[in-house]
Design a binder for this molecule. Structure first.
Ligand code: NAP
Length: 280
């Protein structure tokens, strides 16, 4: 049995589906406890990572754990979370980290993830680290204004990043959880091309078949929007990546292609699959 945390999110949902498709029993963990799909191999379990002792029921009898922490996980007792998994018999752990854990390891936004990576590497379990770039699904934050005024409001309109499709992250995670050869490996997961917010807006307009304006926000305007759904230090780190990316943060990685044997999905692929979210 494989335990997937963050099971109702952007990565968790396709990951649970992929594991079930491959014939594995899956325990899908979230605070709501919902099974992300109705499948005989999938059970939803309610647990809050902020209360690790509540995880016993979820991990009992599990072979492998996909660990996704909300934000950068700085507020969680991750040592206890990993300890409970190990005591329950989990042998393999796949951590959803971030490229920022490497490029911004010393920053308040990403230091907790860098520490968590070390904890996972020192856990005695077979480990794999996933270090994704900016998610393509961050464009879902543009849904309200695309629907209401056919416009995207975002900062740093011409700074390009190789956003990664969460479906690709999920498929790499599934491979690392169930296949051999991924233990002790760290994968940088990016899309196949770097696109700016203005270019992504153009892709969405093409996919949706409607004109969409791009309105560049100032850093302060963007910060004011982001604090509504992200902890303050994570907002600062994210603005740093979006506005002043390092060369490594703009670089395209071939790790998805190397693991999956096919190229990474483009932003247009993600947009086509998710166009229903943007239409009223
Ligand atoms: N967005 C990016 O560009 C980016 C880039 C690199 C890395 N990351 C990493 O990706 C992760 C977040 O991904 P996302 O934004 O795509 O997530 P998401 O789809 O919003 O999903 C979050 C999932 O975690 C669950 N969850 C949240 N808090 C929880 C808690 N305390 N206990 C148990 N489950 C909890 C949620 O379900 P409930 O609400 O029902 O609990 C949901 O299933 C973070 O670790 C972040 O560092 C993101």
């Amino acid at each position: 049995m494989i335990v997937v945390t963050g099971a109702t999110g952007n990565i968790g949902r396709p990951l649970v589906a992929e594991l079930a498709r491959r014939g594995h029993d899956v325990t899908a963990v979230s605070r709501a406890g919902l099974a992300p799909l109705d499948h005989r191999l999938v059970r939803g379990v309610r647990a809050d990572l902020a209360e690790p002792e509540g995880l016993h029921a979820a991990v009992d009898g599990a072979d492998a754990l996909f660990l996704l922490v909300p934000g950068s996980g700085g507020h969680l007792d991750t040592e206890r979370i990993i300890g409970i998994a190990a005591e329950a018999g989990v042998r393999r752990i796949v951590l959803l980290s971030s490229l920022g854990a490497v490029t911004r390891a010393g920053s308040a936004s990403h230091a907790p993830l860098a520490e968590l990576e070390k904890r996972v590497q020192g856990s005695g379990l077979e480990w794999t680290l996933l270090r994704p770039a900016d998610f393509a699904s961050n464009a879902l934050a543009w849904v309200p204004t695309i629907r209401s005024e056919r416009a995207v409001h975002a900062p740093f309109g011409d700074v390009a990043l190789p956003a990664v499709d969460p479906l690709d992250i999920a498929e790499v995670a599934a491979a690392a959880l169930v296949d051999t050869g991924h233990g002790g490996r760290s994968y940088v997961l990016t899309g196949p091309a770097a696109l700016s917010p203005r270019e992504r807006t153009g892709v969405l307009a093409e996919v949706l078949g409607v004109p969409i304006a791009f309105v560049e926000q100032t850093r302060d305007e963007a910060r004011a929007d982001m604090v509504a759904y992200m902890p303050e230090p994570v907002v600062e780190g994210t603005l740093g990546i979006l506005g002043e990316p390092t060369p490594q943060e703009q670089q395209i990685s071939l790790d998805i292609e190397n693991v999956l044997g096919r190229p990474a999905h483009t932003f247009a692929d993600w947009a086509r699959r998710n166009m229903g979210s943007f239409t009223v």
